[in-house]
Design a protein around this ligand. Sequence first.
Ligand SMILES: NC(=O)c1ccc[n+]([C@@H]2O[C@H](COP(=O)([O-])OP(=O)(O)OC[C@H]3O[C@@H](n4cnc5c(N)ncnc54)[C@H](OP(=O)(O)O)[C@@H]3O)[C@@H](O)[C@H]2O)c1
Length: 245
Amino acid sequence: MTVLILGATSPIAQAVADVYAAAGFSVALAARDVEEAGRAARDLQIRHGVEARGFAFDACEDFERHAALVSEVEATLGPVDVALVAFGFMGDQQASEEDFEKARRVIEVNYTGAVSVCEAVARAMESRGAGSIIGLSSVAGERGRASNYFYGSAKGALTLYLQGLRSRLASKNVHVMTVKLGFVDTPMTFELETGIPVASPQKAAQAIFNAQGRGVETFYYPRFWGGIMGVIKSIPEKVFKRLSL
Ligand SMILES: NC(=O)c1ccc[n+]([C@@H]2O[C@H](COP(=O)([O-])OP(=O)(O)OC[C@H]3O[C@@H](n4cnc5c(N)ncnc54)[C@H](OP(=O)(O)O)[C@@H]3O)[C@@H](O)[C@H]2O)c1
């Protein structure tokens, strides 16, 4: 069994790679920093005695390379059974409002790049009638907020895309899982001041592994975010737009 991790330098991705390697999966670590991916792959090999390799991957530099990456991974480690789309980019909301190129980057990494590589993985899995695609989306994609609507809207679009992909692949025996993450302790949430508990990447990874094994389609992690978002989505727009969220 092989797992492909896209955006392998993310702490959540690293923790997920560790859990799958511990379960005996071969691991393909795809990242912009291919040297770091290679180092992490050797670490997995030593600690878990599994096959692991690093691969070069950029979510939005060269879309044509995404299908080639999937082929290269499969030629090296065998058919991809599980693919995790872990990369993401929060960007700077204020800077994005002032310069569309910055907003465009946020949209391209979180949405266009994710769609491009998911389509490449989906074609391979669809042809075999087997596989599982996991997308890391965000609670930020559940409602547009003034403080992060470029990132939020890209994640919201990703959530809808994954929903559509799930429907397309349902009859092809390919599972698609959307993880709506709340706060997880990574560089993305560094300096975030919130009274809301922040989960560890390791606990998030175990929850993702368990849910994928059970064929779950969508879930919030940490779970209590389902309740929080239920409340946030129920606030009338005329009230919501006056809140400084
Ligand atoms: N942490 C949270 O609280 C939280 C909440 C909701 C959703 N999420 C989502 O969970 C996922 C993992 O997040 P994280 O917290 O681990 O974030 P992170 O530490 O900021 O990691 C983001 C990852 O995305 C990669 N990346 C960025 N741009 C890329 C590109 N153009 N091509 C390929 N890879 C690229 C980064 O690679 P480099 O090392 O090369 O920069 C890094 O590996 C993301 O999709 C994020 O949106 C996280």
